[in-house]
Design a protein around this ligand. Structure first.
Ligand SMILES: NC(=O)c1ccc[n+]([C@@H]2O[C@H](COP(=O)([O-])OP(=O)(O)OC[C@H]3O[C@@H](n4cnc5c(N)ncnc54)[C@H](O)[C@@H]3O)[C@@H](O)[C@H]2O)c1
Length: 441
């Protein structure tokens, strides 16, 4: 393919050199004549291991060149890739002025581009932009400047960049996954041709989803680093080797380094997580170690319970049935169950509550479990519905708090006036009816 890449910075120059290596004809476009001149001379405009050799090879083979002439670059290419910077503004928002400018240039050039055997020009975004930016900024700017219609006269997609500076070339050729944000098959086929030769799992998602994935990745990395630092700080103060601790933590690929606990849903609870996080924060405090991430984690959990309560309130119904009360399926443990907390708040606000939980046998509760729940829900046995049908008949709002096959079956056909709040993601397809809502999905 003939490819024009806008922005010869960290992402653009690595992408350009690597795509040339894959056999494409690449023109790097930059407003900075110094960078363009360096590439012309076969030199890398940034410091990155292996890049000087690849740029020199690309230029001498004739597959890689550079220019400041955006128009010529677009007209000589099948695909234009946007790799310009998206820096932070003072208020933390993204500065999309470079993206707007480049879209304007690409749009004007596409309008002047002669028809080439029916194949439409493709615009691929690699710059990191907040979800909605392609739809809200890139597409309208391209359409306005070209007088053409996205999807009809040109196609557009996202190929988010996950490279890390210092190992950027290896990351380009060996990514953990390749994500394409595409709203149609034509752009997927362009992206496949472009990345042919890169062996990794391909995931095709909607454009907005691809935009969000990039942010989820970076937020996750930032949280991971901060988590390890907080554990390290506590360990150091307690004269423990935090590196050894984290190495062993990382060996658990079932619960720790795994998809476990990474599904958006309801708050955490139970007899361990809240208690142990509280104790760890208390210990850190006694050692004069700050734990802003762990402190915020408790507040974030609390706000998730609040979010569920607000969702119930918004339905406007006073009769509520909760399907599930213990802290997870398969246990009768009620200690610090966020569902108990939710029930307590609903009762406190005067909601008429019924609870059904197949794991709950009120007569058999003993010890700290019984103590906990009776301190929160004084008349639990009066709230508990003996059968699922009793709870389903009572509630105009049904809160699904736990997985239970019986509940799943019943939820396929709620009564038309019933509003379902699903905290466990049983029936995401049912969201379309407007009376079935998930929490954080
Ligand atoms: N650096 C990374 O490790 C990394 C990794 C993944 C994603 N990203 C994202 O990729 C994007 C680019 O990042 P970067 O670090 O390569 O930025 P950069 O600042 O190194 O490079 C941007 C380049 O765009 C050029 N430019 C600006 N306006 C232009 C225009 N109208 N036409 C042509 N060139 C123009 C600039 O002169 C500059 O050379 C950002 O959105 C960033 O968030 C960066």
């Amino acid at each position: 393919m003939q490819v024009s890449i806008f922005g010869a910075g960290y992402v653009g120059s690595v992408s350009g050199a690597c795509l040339a290596k894959l056999g494409h004809g690449v023109t790097l476009v930059d407003v900075d004549p110094h960078k363009v001149g360096m590439i012309h001379r076969g030199k890398a405009p940034i410091v990155e291991s292996g890049l000087p050799e690849m740029i020199a090879e690309g230029v001498s083979s004739g597959r890689l060149t550079a220019t400041t002439d955006a128009d010529a670059a677009v007209r000589g290419s099948d695909v234009s890739i946007i790799c310009v910077g998206t820096p932070s503004m003072a208020n933390g928002d993204l500065d999309l002025s470079y993206v707007r400018r480049v879209c304007q240039q690409i749009g004007e050039a596409i309008a002047r581009k002669p028809e080439t055997g029916g194949s439409r020009h493709a615009v691929v975004v690699r710059s990191t932009m907040l979800p909605g930016s392609v739809r809200g900024v890139v597409v309208p700017t391209l359409e306005k400047s070209s007088g053409l219609e996205a999807g009809r006269h040109f196609v557009i997609g996202i190929y988010p960049e996950f490279l890390r500076e210092s190992s950027a070339i290896d990351d380009f050729f060996n990514p953990a996954i390749t994500v394409f944000g595409a709203d149609g098959p034509e752009i997927v086929s362009v992206l496949r041709q472009l990345t042919h030769g890169i062996a990794s799992e391909e995931v095709v998602v909607a454009v907005q989803t691809a935009e969000a994935i990039k942010y989820a990745n970076n937020a996750w990395h930032a949280v991971k680093i901060t988590f390890a630092n907080e554990i390290g700080n506590i360990c150091k103060a307690a004269d423990i080797d935090g590196h050894e601790v984290m190495q062993v933590v990382c060996k658990d690929t079932r619960l720790n380094i795994s998809p476990a606990y990474l599904r958006p849903g309801f708050a955490f609870g139970g007899s361990c997580l809240p208690k142990d996080l509280r104790a760890l924060r208390r210990k850190a405090m006694s050692l004069d170690v700050a734990t802003p991430l762990f402190d915020a984690t408790m507040r974030a959990n609390e706000s998730q319970i609040r979010a569920a309560f607000d969702m119930v309130e918004r339905t406007g119904n006073r009769q509520v049935s909760m399907l599930g009360l213990t802290f997870k399926t398969g246990t009768d443990d009620l200690r610090e169950s966020p569902l108990v907390e939710l029930a307590e708040r609903l009762l406190g606000k005067g909601y008429e509550l019924k609870i059904y939980d197949q794991d709950l046998k009120t007569g058999m509760l003993i010890g700290s479990n019984l103590e906990y729940v009776t301190s929160r829900l004084h008349h639990l046995s009066e709230l508990v519905a003996p059968e699922l049908d009793d709870a389903l008949n009572h509630g105009k709002t049904i809160v699904v708090g736990k997985s239970d096959p019986e509940v799943r079956k019943a939820l396929i056909r709620p009564r038309p006036e019933q509003h379902v709040i699903d905290l466990v993601r049983y029936n995401p397809q049912m969201r379309t009816n407007g009376r079935y809502e998930g929490i954080c999905w």
